[in-house]
Design a protein around this ligand. Structure first.
Ligand code: PMP
Ligand code: GLU
Length: 398
């Protein structure tokens, strides 16, 4: 009889988003006519200029190890981008490049948390946050906002959730899965609570370039010097530049935290792929016209999807302001029987919708939002219409 694996590892769940994406891709590979709204992954190709930079790196033999926290030029490029997009000043030594923003969040938690520390997660939240907190040996504390609050947690709710043990607050704006964007006033109120209780904030701003209707994006670290000192700002190239597979993310933090995160990386991944780092330099410093074009297309898709979805009897959604997700309210089906099966929760609905309707979506229980289904509209207008037509038929024939 072998000894058990660690208590921490045995408590960690697999990622729902990635599990659904794998299931969808498998069905597609089997030749099934399935439509995918599962994983949040832009359908656009990585822009040519960025691919060319990756190819040039290979051809110039720029294929060796780099410093653990990334190439100096990439850390400079991240500072430039953060100044342009987020209006915050960082020095290159404060930037830590990792293998995707997900890895940056993970390393940030490993750096900040001791066993038993509490981490407050503003919900609905991206599924990986709570599992990463557990992997760091800390305790996730979920504070959820309802649809009536536009899915945004208030400063008062946060204040009530913070205890002596709270070390970190996790904030994601624009949000996955809600698509909502916190306003300057809302962020200022949250910042005041964080300073009052002396807690750190992991501000995940990976969707900062995907904000619609000319709405203002406010970076949490830009609010004051006090808040910047305690913020670990997370960003990356996956979403804005259609570079999910290149695996480059970056964090910006005070010097002490940045150094500690870099030390962690030096003993784990050593550094992210050198080739991808060269491509990311081009992404962050080259023309941004290509990403503006992608944003316009996302906005058009959002408008179309929201309008079409709200015409379907039995379901509804708020109009998201950023990212590329819509939360569909399916609670009118709870307790009803569809295709001979009682719908107990959103997971039952999503499973049946995939099986019978041939559409892949993500149930939001894993985002702490039961009664909702997440649709990623990082797919074409044709696929969006096809998916929604199937939803209508799926409901009608149930
Ligand atoms: N943060 C959020 C909120 C996300 O939705 C994602 C999606 N994967 C990430 C971070 C991580 O992105 P990546 O690791 O591809 O940079
Ligand atoms: N973040 C995306 C999503 O939420 C990609 C998959 C993942 O890493 O979770 O679907």
């Amino acid at each position: 009889m072998l000894k058990p694996i660690s208590k921490i590892a045995s408590g960690v769940q697999a990622s729902t988003t990635l599990a659904i994406d794998a299931m969808y891709k498998q069905m597609k590979a089997r030749g099934e006519d399935v439509v995918g709204f599962g994983a949040g992954e832009p359908d656009f190709a990585t822009p040519e200029r960025i691919k060319a930079a990756g190819i040039a790196a290979i051809m110039s033999n720029l294929t060796k190890y780099t410093p653990a926290a990334g190439l100096p030029k990439l850390r400079e490029a991240a500072c430039y981008r953060l100044k342009q997009d987020c209006n915050v000043d960082y020095a290159p030594e404060q930037i830590v490049v990792a293998s995707g923003a997900k890895h940056n969040v993970y390393i940030a938690l490993m750096t900040l948390c001791d066993p038993g520390d509490e981490v407050v997660i503003l919900a609905p939240y991206w599924v990986s946050y709570s599992e990463m907190v557990r992997q760091a040996g800390a305790v996730p504390v979920i504070v959820a906002a309802s649809e009536a609050q536009d899915f945004k947690v208030s400063a008062e709710q946060l204040d009530a959730a913070i205890t002596e043990k709270t070390k970190v607050v996790m904030l994601n704006s624009p949000s996955n899965p809600t698509g909502m964007v916190y306003t300057r006033a809302e962020l200022e109120a949250i910042a005041a609570v964080c300073v009052k209780h002396n807690v750190y904030v992991i501000a995940d701003e990976i969707y900062c370039n995907l904000v619609y209707d000319d709405l203002e994006f406010v970076s949490f670290a830009s609010l004051s010097e006090d808040i910047k000192q305690r913020t670990i700002l997370i960003n990356g190239v996956s979403k804005s530049y259609a570079m999910t597979g290149w695996r480059i993310g970056y964090a910006a933090a005070n010097h002490e935290i940045a150094k500690a995160m870099s030390n962690y990386l030096s003993h784990s991944t050593s550094a992210p792929s050198t080739i991808s780092q060269y491509a990311a330099i081009e992404a962050l410093t080259g023309t941004q016209e290509d990403i503006d074009e992608m944003r316009l297309q996302f906005e058009e898709r959002r408008n179309h999807l929201v309008e079409h979805m709200n015409r379907i009897p039995g379901v509804s959604c708020l109009k998201p302001q950023g990212a590329f997700y819509v939360m569909m309210n399916m609670s009118s089906f709870l307790g009803k029987t569809m295709y001979g099966k009682k719908i107990e929760n959103d997971t039952d609905f999503a499973q049946l919708f995939l099986e019978k309707g041939k559409v892949a979506t993500v149930p939001c229980t894993s985002f702490a939002a039961p009664g909702y289904i997440r649709w990623s509209y990082a797919t074409s207008l044709t696929e969006i219409d096809k998916g929604l037509d199937r939803l209508e038929t799926f409901i009608k024939n149930a």
